[in-house]
Design a protein around this ligand. Structure first.
Ligand SMILES: *Cc1c(COP(=O)(O)O)cnc(C)c1O
Length: 461
């Protein structure tokens, strides 16, 4: 790097004067905002020059900034077709919402609403009441509350029930659940002290009992969402832990993670403990996500004993973690699908989970036919995702694409991602795989066309 190279970096004013940027300014784009965008781009270039790169011209910076600006005019996040077969794909936004939930969220955002108003007496109402009512019916809980996400619900629960006191957790469950969510750290943040009992592989109900002191505020049971302990293991049934809690008047908190309101075992996958089962087994408070197997918006639900829920509702953190009206409106409609017994048909996550093998094979065959000779159909597996394991795989039919005519699988997958609509696929054994399970059936034709276009682009390149 030389001073001369740095001096060749374009001046902000020259970039702003370039016809491309000047065009944006003429449209009404703010000069101060565009100047900041240009400065940011030049700062990146300066750092590159320091590493030995050639400085860009004013024209190059102007075209870059213009392209970036045009791109940012599109919707964000951009819609994608999820052909990965991972149903709860965190990077792709987890659960798609039902049409009714989307309409409810749109209606709640369009105008004013009864979010915190009781129309009968004209007085202040509670934003929690409607969702809590449905959750009580669905889980037999005494009361419930919805907050921003499940990590928040667990944090709020621990802070409200156990701050300044001890929480007993099995050593086998003091784990990391996902980026930035480690049980010991969450406990520390909530102000509660972690008391680990048992061993990594074996914990007994008696281990919890021996650790109970005057200082014990709760027993915490955490669902092993993303790992298994196999071999020489023991995990006490929840009812036994609940029995210990009850005998000592210590509340038992259960972080369920996904919290399916329907039985997953009917689809040949592992039975996920349902919130209603956990409460029936004696848990005092259960926590679960709104956007995992519930199939609703991002939210964290806590359901259980009314005095504990009241403590959560009254805690200062509840205000910091509260769910907004769009979320509550969508969640309310999602819960209604369960109340009406229509969740399997209406909630997209359950429609995908329950898609039959016959239907998936038919769709895969039709897709392969549309795509042409590069595509064949093979048996494979879809995944629940959202921190689930290979044991949670659902049998499916995959479209396997030989991408040798499209400059290889990585290039074909890239072209699918940058196409319109964007398609996210899987690569395995040098083949690009499309799983129809996570694609809405009415978009199969579009998916096949997207593959056709990606092939033409690759051939034309
Ligand atoms: C996913 C998960 C969480 C976090 O839930 P979010 O809704 O993503 O905040 C917490 N605990 C368990 C056991 C989970 O599986």
């Amino acid at each position: 790097m030389t001073n001369a190279a740095f001096r060749k970096l374009p001046a902000v004013s020259d970039v702003l004067a370039h016809p491309a940027v000047a065009g944006l300014l003429a449209e009404g784009y703010r000069q101060d905002v565009m100047a900041n965008a240009v400065r940011e781009r030049i700062a990146t270039a300066r750092a590159a020059v320091a590493r030995g790169a050639t400085p860009p011209t004013a024209e190059e910076v102007a075209l870059d900034v213009t392209t970036q600006t045009r791109r940012s005019e599109a919707h964000w996040p951009a819609a994608v077709l999820n052909a990965t077969g991972v149903i709860l794909h965190t990077n792709l936004g987890r659960a798609p919402l039902s049409a009714e939930s989307i309409r409810a969220a749109a209606a709640a955002s369009e105008g004013y609403s009864t979010l915190e108003l009781d129309l009968d007496d004209g007085k202040r109402g509670s934003r929690h009441a409607a969702v809590a009512g449905l959750l009580r019916q669905l889980t037999s809980a005494q009361d419930a509350i919805a907050v921003n996400n499940n990590a928040g619900a667990v944090m709020l629960g621990l802070a409200a029930v156990a701050a300044g006191r001890e929480v007993i957790v099995s050593r086998g469950e003091a784990s990391e659940i996902g980026g930035g969510f480690r049980i010991p750290d969450v406990l520390a943040q909530s102000g509660a002290r972690l008391v680990e009992v048992g061993t990594v592989n074996k914990t007994y109900a008696a281990d919890y009992e021996r650790a109970i002191t005057e200082q014990t505020a709760a027993l915490l049971v955490v669902h092993r969402s993303n790992f298994r302990v196999v071999g020489f293991t023991h995990e006490p049934p929840l009812a036994d832990v609940a029995g210990v809690g009850a005998a000592h008047s210590v509340p038992v908190l259960h972080d369920l993670g996904s919290g399916a309101l329907l039985d997953t075992a009917q689809f040949g996958i592992r039975h996920e403990t349902m919130p209603q089962e956990s409460l029936a087994a004696g848990a005092d408070l259960v926590f679960f996500s709104g956007d995992k197997l519930l199939g609703g918006p991002q939210a964290g639900l806590a359901a259980g004993r009314s005095d504990l829920v009241a403590a959560l509702r009254g805690h200062p953190l509840a205000r910091a973690l509260r769910a907004d009206k769009l979320t509550l409106a969508a969640l309310h409609q999602t819960l209604l699908h369960y109340v009406r017994g229509e969740a399997m048909q209406k909630v997209p996550v359950w429609r995908m989970v329950s898609a039959s093998e016959g239907e998936l094979t038919e769709r895969a065959q039709a897709l392969a036919e549309r795509i042409g000779p590069a595509a064949t159909v093979a048996a494979g597996a879809s995944r629940l995702g959202g921190g689930s394991l290979p044991s949670d795989e659902l049998p499916t039919s995959l479209v396997r694409i030989d991408a040798s005519g499209a400059r290889g699988p990585d290039e074909l997958a890239r072209l699918l991602r940058v196409g319109s609509p964007a398609v996210v696929a899987r690569i395995e054994d040098d083949r690009v795989l499309l799983d129809p399970r996570t694609v809405p059936p009415e978009r199969d034709a579009e998916l096949a066309e997207a593959v056709g276009r990606a092939f033409s682009t690759a051939e034309g390149a």
